[in-house]
Design a protein around this ligand. Structure first.
Ligand SMILES: Cc1cc2nc3c(=O)[nH]c(=O)nc-3n(C[C@H](O)[C@H](O)[C@H](O)COP(=O)(O)OP(=O)(O)OC[C@H]3O[C@@H](n4cnc5c(N)ncnc54)[C@H](O)[C@@H]3O)c2cc1C
Length: 177
């Protein structure tokens, strides 16, 4: 296959996909680079807590790909990968678009698991992306507002009780390129 006419496709614009694309573009990589990502913003996951708590601005933790990628020689397609045809070297996107590739980078990440914790998948709010951090912040703020308004101490206690499932310790020494 002629790799000049068929670009390198990077599927997923998380840490692996975005940094691979940026690295290749800095190396004067000879093939066109296409990054396919379903979202319009990159989530810097180790700093999601600071987005939730309001310590950092969304632009620092949750920047738009359009702001990260200009003049880098990387084409961004905002779409969802539906199927990959390894024999045809072709990726089909949800929009119906087909993308042929010379080289393929798979960087689609992982799915959140709740380790069968009863009720967790149905009721918990995950914290794995900027959008989820903002949703969680809004939920906590709304509970806080309701708690301030109520005179019922039992109800207030219930509104202010938060259960946290999973407790990693993010290291804060990462840098946005
Ligand atoms: C709150 C939190 C804090 C963390 N802190 C740390 C830390 O301090 N240190 C550390 O080493 N790790 C940390 N991690 C883990 C780290 O963020 C992950 O290991 C890393 O993000 C994995 O990178 P990835 O590119 O494989 O996947 P992801 O970053 O998940 O990226 C996958 C990308 O693929 C896209 N995608 C998925 N499916 C499709 C599809 N079908 N079509 C198009 N696009 C698709 C997604 O939208 C996403 O942008 C943390 C994770 C979380 C949630």
């Amino acid at each position: 296959m002629n790799q000049t006419s068929h670009p390198t496709l990077i599927l997923g614009g998380g840490f692996v996909g975005l940094f691979t694309a940026l690295h290749l573009s800095r190396q004067n990589y000879p093939h066109p680079i296409i990054l396919i990502e379903q979202r319009d913003r990159f989530s810097f996951k180790p700093l999601l807590y600071e987005l939730l708590s309001g310590e950092l601005h969304p632009q620092q933790v949750y920047p738009r790909y359009a702001d990260l990628l200009p003049n880098r020689g990387i084409t961004l397609i905002q779409d969802t990968v539906q199927t990959i045809d390894l024999h045809q070297h072709r990726v089909l996107l949800t929009s119906g678009q087909n993308c042929d590739y010379g080289n393929l980078v798979l960087a689609l990440g992982s799915k959140t698991t709740y380790f069968n914790t009863p009720g967790a998948a149905d009721h918990a709010l995950p914290l794995t992306s900027g959008a989820e951090a903002i949703a969680l912040r809004n939920q906590l703020q709304s509970r806080l507002r309701l708690a301030i308004q109520t005179q019922d101490t039992e109800q207030r206690q219930q509104l202010l009780t938060v259960a946290i499932i999973g407790a990693g310790r993010p290291e804060l020494n990462w840098r946005v390129p």
